[in-house]
Design a protein around this ligand. Structure first.
Ligand code: ADP
Ligand code: MG
Length: 457
């Protein structure tokens, strides 16, 4: 054996599956997907990379993992080489190897032109509804470029509501309309890794230069740096330097700046000084809209596969607000239906998604109901639970008791206990009273329907 085995593109793709598992989806997407495998010869695996920075980063962080996988195909492989393709036909691979210290980022000054952007995450593919319309409008505004009007744009909201999607869409749009713009997207976690790496390798000057030379900086999931003091410190300086230069910054987090624990006050207040917008949990209409748009995408992969009426409505109703879960369910449904050669109807949906449907059965709590109802009728929670018998408190209290009976599995005595220790007969009376009013009083019926919907959302 001379070890000069030629690995195919196909084989590299297969190794990717294992790599993805080893280093996680985020890392994989950001760092491995942009690599273009060229060849594997004489123990050297060569990849094309969009930037030197990416090559250096991969070489420093993932060389071992990549080598490990490559060796399952060719045990003689001992080195990785990364090259930025040039316009001439021969591209000279750049030096970095798995073992050697990586040389300084090439070019007169370190640049970072191409942050890997996920091309599925565009504005075209983003479905707009009430819960996300503000965030969408703000993102659109920033994506137009031009003079910076609010800095930073701070997007926040729960998991799977489209923060990352919007950030990629902005990056994508900006890079398309102004290719010269230096747009950098990264997660707060990657920011920290790069920072730590720079400290370790005594490359802080390069680090600072890179981050201060971008035109648009996007940091996703910034809550990650809470409690990590020196990363916060560096982030704060980077942030200020860019704001001073009037460079656009876009940040996302899973909650509002003020609510991120262990984040220094000065960082919090910096984050709040631009435009803060939240993505609300999806509602039924938005979920249905998203499902309809994703069905069209799925049908491109599975032509001819039909979805029976009522299935999307059912899913929009039953699956939680997290769009990622919704998407996953749909993907599974299409794959399953095409495997078994059936059309997508209710029966198949129930079979195929039994676990998802069970997991997403929302357990609504008594506290949630009490909070929602007191908000709805504009009274204080303490008055709802407290002893006062005023009609303006008693009626909302009865509504809340009714909803607790209908929407939770709590018994009457349990419900009574949570309403300031009332007797179960009081609860029963309240529930009956609301049942009557629901029939007699249109306003009451409407209130109940609204409350039920918002609790189920
Ligand atoms: P987050 O970053 O808020 O956790 P993501 O942006 O990763 O959420 O979104 C999760 C998934 O749901 C992605 O595949 C994204 O494309 C999709 N998604 C979220 N919101 C929408 C929307 N309004 N329209 C279309 N797809 C969406
Ligand atoms: Mg995200």
């Amino acid at each position: 054996m001379d070890g000069a085995r030629h690995m195919t593109q196909q084989e590299w793709k297969q190794l990717n599956q294992q790599l993805l598992k080893t280093i996680g989806q985020n890392n994989f997407k950001t760092w491995i997907e942009p690599l273009k495998f060229r060849d594997l010869q004489d123990g050297i695996a060569t990849f094309h990379v969009p930037t030197n920075f990416l090559g250096n980063y991969v070489s420093q962080n993932f060389a071992d993992a990549i080598l490990h996988e490559l060796r399952t195909v060719d045990p003689s492989v001992c080195r990785l080489s990364f090259a930025v393709p040039t316009h001439t036909s021969t591209s000279r691979p750049q030096a970095p190897t798995a073992t050697a210290r990586v040389t300084k980022v090439a070019a007169p000054r370190p640049t970072l032109n191409t942050a890997p952007i996920d091309k599925r995450f565009t504005f075209d593919n983003f479905v707009v509804g009430k819960p996300n319309e503000l965030a969408h409008a703000a993102a659109r505004r920033v994506a137009e470029g031009g003079p910076v009007t609010f800095n930073p744009l701070f997007l926040y909201g729960g998991v799977g509501l489209g923060k990352t999607h919007l950030m990629h869409a902005i990056a994508w749009e900006l890079q398309t309309s102004c290719p010269d713009l230096n747009v950098l997207y990264l997660s707060a976690e990657q920011f920290m890794y790069r920072f730590v790496q720079a400290l370790r390798d005594r490359k802080m000057m390069d680090f600072k230069e890179i981050f201060r030379s971008v035109d648009v900086l996007m940091v996703d999931d910034v809550q990650f740096i809470a409690g990590k003091d020196s990363t916060q410190e560096e982030f704060f300086h980077t942030f200020n330097a860019l704001v001073d230069q009037n460079k656009q910054i876009i940040i996302s987090a899973d909650r509002a700046p003020g609510e991120i624990k262990d984040l220094e006050d000065r960082v919090k207040s910096r984050l709040q000084c631009g435009l803060v917008v939240d993505l609300h949990p999806t509602d039924y209409e938005l979920r249905l809209g998203i499902l309809q748009s994703k069905v069209e995408m799925q049908q491109a992969n599975y032509p001819g596969l039909k979805v029976e009426n009522g299935v999307l409505e059912f899913l929009a109703h039953r699956i939680s607000t997290n769009v990622r879960v919704l998407e996953g369910a749909l993907t599974r449904l299409f794959a399953f239906a095409s495997l078994v050669g059936r059309e997508i109807n209710m029966e198949l949906t129930q079979d195929c998604l039994a676990d998802v449907l069970r997991a997403s059965e929302r357990k609504i709590t008594v506290e949630e109901i009490q909070r929602k109802v007191s908000d709805h009728f504009n009274i204080r929670l303490s008055d709802m639970i407290g002893p006062k018998r005023l009609r303006s408190y008693a009626r909302p209290r009865q509504v809340a008791m009714y909803l607790c009976k209908k929407m939770t599995s709590r018994s009457l005595p349990e419900i009574g206990r949570r309403f300031g220790g009332r007797d179960h007969t009081t609860v029963m009376h309240g529930v009956r009273r609301i049942e009557e009013l629901k029939v007699q009083d249109g306003q009451m019926a409407e209130d109940l329907e609204l409350l039920r919907r918002s609790l189920e959302a």
